[in-house]
Design a binder for this molecule. Structure first.
Ligand code: XCC
Ligand code: SF4
Length: 629
């Protein structure tokens, strides 16, 4: 098989040829090297939880040594994926909360959205009258940090959901308690000799996932907005052609904005710009990958270099002085690829040290100085670039990004008839959904997965949905696919959208696919659906809105899928999770959950079929919705 056929991104194909010439191995080579993947692992019925294993379940050996059957084994593995994902998102939020606790008027981190801080403080009964904004910030940060380990009560973010949804959570007993407690409970319950009941394992998984969506992730987004500003629409460009031959190219990859925000500042430091000139460069060019890329493009318009599957290929351009990473979704392979070029692969977090990288620890206490040190390394490395090894591919697309909930509402105000309606609500969106001009809304989110062809499912599904007047919002690497393929440009509405959606886009002044941020920012999507449901006095499961992860791969995505379903939003996956080993797990996740939480999973690895199912399900949901409104 030609490895170039494993991606639909033409820049990636050009660079795969170059990698071959340069003798560089990439994920695509390794994929072809794997003749087949382990069937037990694929189905989720290999257990390594205790030292008597691994126990592999088959018709001939239907139980592990302890007697665990396929349902127990699959369920435990699944629950541990949810715990892993929740831990990653929430630990990210914890760092942001610590950063908020460090904020000060004359320090590195300032408050950029005071109104959001005050609103949150009031929600949390923090005194706001006649107080210094930083005192308020520090108290809010402390309360947020308590969410990780408080001994009593449930997540304080649950109240942002519609009342009816909160009732569902109460009734089904999945209101998450402290975040760390839910994660620990799963690790404990899945230890050998604890929970051995698939219903219970899925129940635990949903509760833990809600600690992600309606606590950790939501906290990550809100506190980041308070510290770094709530995103507003701005223009940018996407794909590897955003690298510039004449400049020092620095790639920001990973997840947390505390580091990348400082690098953005440091890259404008006169001293470093002067140094860039001295080494013969025309300036410093920043570009982002994965969710860090999303964070800085949403707030600063920093160009998007590419997605998860392009991280190695970005280095293959030979034009990158430094790849700066913090946590999550970083290929260990980058160390080896960087070795083949002059690129410095800089790790910065004690949580993600990688053999073969240059480790320069980033600390929030010394943030700006650390960031300057890292950028300086990159600038000094410019002179080591080998011009003969440089190939920057040609394609890039323009995009508008920065659609926070506030930004969306702001845009909607463009079409509000101020004589009759108040501004600042989701009413125009509700009106479009009610009248059927928009058939529904879809969040197309998540990663790239080497089980499929990179970007294919994302782009196919998004195009199909917008053609059928379903507005799409996106985060994570899905958003980067949309941006790269021109779906976030205003003219995409005329090119690809159906008549209803195209008209809405033109009137409101938005593209048909809206960039809502990084993966923790899926909380922005939850808030939008909640706002629509609240406006109509409905539950979230009554709204014709769906979640789709066409190319998901990470544990974080499993946690997301679970909390989206638990929020009452039907969720569609383009890759089968490792649960098929248990018929009960599939029955519950793809069926029975609907009776309990009003939504379920649907999986189809054929993206055309998946798109058709989603469109028809949204139409079915409309029948119910139209009766209610
Ligand atoms: Fe990672 Fe967040 Fe997935 Fe992309 S979308 S591959 S998790 S960077 Ni979050
Ligand atoms: Fe085998 Fe049971 Fe141990 Fe798992 S927990 S490895 S099934 S003995």
């Amino acid at each position: 098989m030609d490895k170039k056929m494993l991606t639909i991104d033409l820049n990636s194909r050009v660079l795969l040829d170059k990698a071959e010439k340069d003798g560089v191995e990439t994920m695509y080579d390794r994929k072809l090297g794997f003749k087949s993947q382990c069937g037990f692992g694929l189905q989720g019925n290999c257990c390594r939880i205790c030292g008597m294993g691994p126990c592999r379940i088959s018709p001939k050996t239907p139980r592990g040594l302890c007697g665990a059957d396929e349902h127990v084994i699959v369920g435990r593995n699944f629950a541990r994926m949810v715990a892993g994902g929740t831990a990653a998102h929430s630990d990210h939020a914890r760092d942001i909360a610590h950063t908020l606790a460090l904020s000060s008027r004359d320090g590195n981190y300032k408050i950029r959205d005071e109104a959001k801080l005050i609103a949150l403080a009031k929600d949390w009964d923090v005194e706001t009258e006649d107080r210094d904004i930083y005192d308020i910030a520090h108290e809010v940060a402390d309360i947020a940090l308590m969410e990780f380990g408080k001994p009593h009560g449930v997540s304080r973010f649950l109240k942002y959901a519609p009342k009816k949804r909160q009732e569902v959570w109460k009734q089904y007993a999945i209101e998450p308690r402290a975040i760390d407690r839910e994660i620990a409970t799963i690790m404990h319950s899945t230890h050998i000799g604890c929970t051995a009941d698939i219903d219970s394992l899925i129940h635990l998984s949903l509760r833990t996932s809600l600690a992600d969506g309606w606590c950790g992730s939501m906290m990550g987004t809100r506190l980041s907005d308070i510290l770094f500003g709530t995103p507003t629409p701005r223009r940018t460009e996407a794909n590897l052609a955003v690298l510039e031959e004449s400049k020092v190219n620095i790639l920001l990859h990973g997840h947390e904005p505390s580091l990348s925000e400082m690098i953005v500042l440091a890259a404008e430091d006169p001293e470093l710009l002067e140094l860039a000139k001295e080494v013969g460069a025309d300036g410093i060019n920043l570009a982002g990958m994965c969710c860090t890329g999303n964070e800085v493009t949403m707030r600063h318009g920093v160009k998007i270099a590419g997605d998860f599957h392009q991280q190695e290929l970005a280095l293959v351009t030979g034009a990158v002085e430094a790849m700066i990473v913090d946590v999550q979704c970083i290929f260990p392979a980058l160390a080896k690829v960087a070795d083949c070029y002059h690129t410095k692969f800089v790790t910065t977090s004690p949580k993600a040290k990688i053999t073969g990288s240059t480790y320069i620890e980033f600390t929030e206490e010394n943030a700006y100085e650390d960031a300057k040190k890292i950028v300086k390394e990159a600038v000094l490395n410019f002179k080591n670039r080998n011009k003969e090894k440089v190939l920057i591919p040609e394609l890039k697309s323009a995009a508008t990004v920065g659609f926070s909930v506030e930004a969306v509402i702001n845009k909607l105000d463009n079409v509000v008839n101020s004589q009759i309606d108040p501004a600042g609500t989701v009413k125009p969106l509700v009106d479009c959904l009610k009248s059927g001009v928009l058939r529904g809304a879809a969040a197309v989110v998540g990663c790239n997965n080497a089980k499929g062809v990179s970007n294919e499912a994302h782009v196919t599904i998004m195009k199909e949905l917008i053609k059928n007047d379903i507005i799409v919002v996106s985060t994570g690497c899905g958003a980067q696919a949309a941006a790269k393929f021109g779906l976030m440009d205003e003219d995409a509405a005329q090119k690809y959208a159906g008549k209803g959606l195209a008209t809405v886009c033109q009137l409101v002044g938005i593209p048909p696919v809206l960039h809502m941020g990084s993966c923790v920012d899926i909380s922005r999507i939850l808030e939008t659906v909640a706002a629509v449901a609240n406006y109509l006095d409905m539950d979230m499961c009554d709204i014709p809105a769906v979640g789709i992860a066409p190319e998901w791969m990470s544990e974080k995505a499993v946690a997301i899928g679970c909390y989206v379903v638990a929020s009452g939003i039907d969720t569609y996956l383009g890759i089968m999770p490792p649960v098929t080993g248990s018929s009960r797990a599939v029955e519950i996740l793809c069926g029975e959950l609907e009776e309990k939480v009003g939504a379920k999973f649907t999986v189809n690895e054929n993206c055309h079929e998946l798109a058709a199912t989603i469109i028809s399900d949204i139409e079915k949901k409309r029948v119910h919705f139209e009766k209610l409104v």
